[in-house]
Write a protein that binds this ligand. Sequence first.
Ligand code: PEP
Length: 248
Amino acid sequence: MSRKPFIAGNWKMNMTAKTGAELIEKLKPLVKDADCDVALCVPAILIPEMVKAAEGSNIAIGAENVHWAPSGAYTGEISAEMLKEYGVKYVIVGHSERRQYFGETDESVNMRAQAALKAGLTPIICVGEMLEERETGKTNKVLTRQLTVGLGGIDDITKCVIAYEPVWAIGTGKTATDEQAEETIAFIRKKIGELFCPMCAEKVIIQYGGSMNAGNCKGLMAQPNIDGGLIGGASLKTDFATIVNYNK
Ligand code: PEP
């Protein structure tokens, strides 16, 4: 079964309205003939300007997080409906930085993903093990917990994107090898088959994320189970276009 590859950037807490719009202007002609879906997930305050900047192009704009409630007394949070109103298509949930620094749990990740789906947004649900967990052979156990709880109660898993991001590879310049990424993503796909159905597992897009760059994207994207990338550092420059055009 063929799955359309999907390359998404994660700007994290970087860029301004000016530098972000300038980068999008540079990227537009460079990615226009991409064979994959393309998105940039940007800081919430930049969303209106970046949606405007990307208008008429094949670059969709995503958010970096979403709250689970439709509205209410949650100071500082943003709802899925609010994102939707401004033209957002995707939203990252459960990024390891949110889990590490902001106390997010598999349960809250699940609630955020469900809220995104309800509003018609595509959640990019991040999972991945810490270095110590990989080194002590706990990777599959950790992923099983993150997937079982994080995806619990989701009706249609094919409306979600999964990003496998080994925490030790994020922002470290230390990428998983093609084989490590392929083996772990194949495990994730198998687990999704068990939790949902084998056909759903064949359809769901699973990205790799963790120091993916213009130099290593070809090898990673050549793996049969890797359907794309979630790109941090390299999405802040025109290198992002090289990754999007990995097959050219
Ligand atoms: C990320 O933030 O999701 C990420 C993968 O970052 P980097 O590409 O910089 O490792």
